[in-house]
Ligand binder design. Sequence first.
Ligand code: NAD
Ligand code: ZN
Length: 247
Amino acid sequence: MENDINKAYELINEASIITVLTGAGISSESGVPIFRGSEGLWNNYRPEELATPKAFFENPGIVWEWYDWRRSVMKKAEPNHGHYALSELERQKDKFTLITQNVDGLHQLAGSDNIIEMHGNLWEIRCTKCNNLEKNYQVPIPELPPKCSKCSEIMRPNIVWFGEIIPMQKIDRCIFAIEESDLFMIIGTSGLVEPAASFGFVAKEHNKTVIEINLDETPGTGLYDLSIKAKSGEVLPLLVDSGNTLN
Ligand code: NAD
Ligand code: ZN
């Protein structure tokens, strides 16, 4: 493992354009539960049963209660050493793109700038009728479901749910960033949710160097140049000079 860390440090140091993909794992050390595993459960519902358009239109109240609970968990969460190391890395490179599947906003809080939020943001809500988009930081939200200030229809979380489509332009931006980079890093994502699950393979098809950091094996482990099995909040500060800027 120490060898892998040294090798990763060198690869990161040599690269001038880097693209990173993060998933729920990078925020788990901030106390935000990941989906897979018992800690992701809420009132015995699985996220796949709640984060869908069908569940929302059948029972918006229960889906909103779940989001209200997730927002209360995330409100207390702070970025960890992993988030800060990535924002430090962005300062050091000619070009740096951070693609995240997370909806918690912790990368922004840590100071990262060039972020593509593939699945939306938990602090944004949008009208189911007129598409009015609003920032909303209320925890708890006083009346569920919240109503649109423009047309009074119910609002939904501005999240891409299971069964919904990520806008093609966003996916194009991700692929473009991977294609133009020297190095692609995949951190804390199970590699089970498309299209992000395929990004590592896209990078390999373009002969990019790929480094994975995850506590567990994923479908891509073994195909990438390096797979470091460790906590991202512990490893990332070792890979980035003076990345340890948590205060
Ligand atoms: P996932 O829950 O499917 O997988 C998380 C991965 O992170 C696992 O492979 C696990 O082994 C790994 N992991 C856990 N702790 C780690 C650590 N400390 N360091 C390194 N790796 C660690 O997450 P996913 O792949 O992002 O897909 C789940 C979907 O759920 C995404 O679409 C995302 O939008 C959503 N989600 C978001 C959040 C959030 O915003 N923080 C939290 C839960 C789920
Ligand atoms: Zn409206």
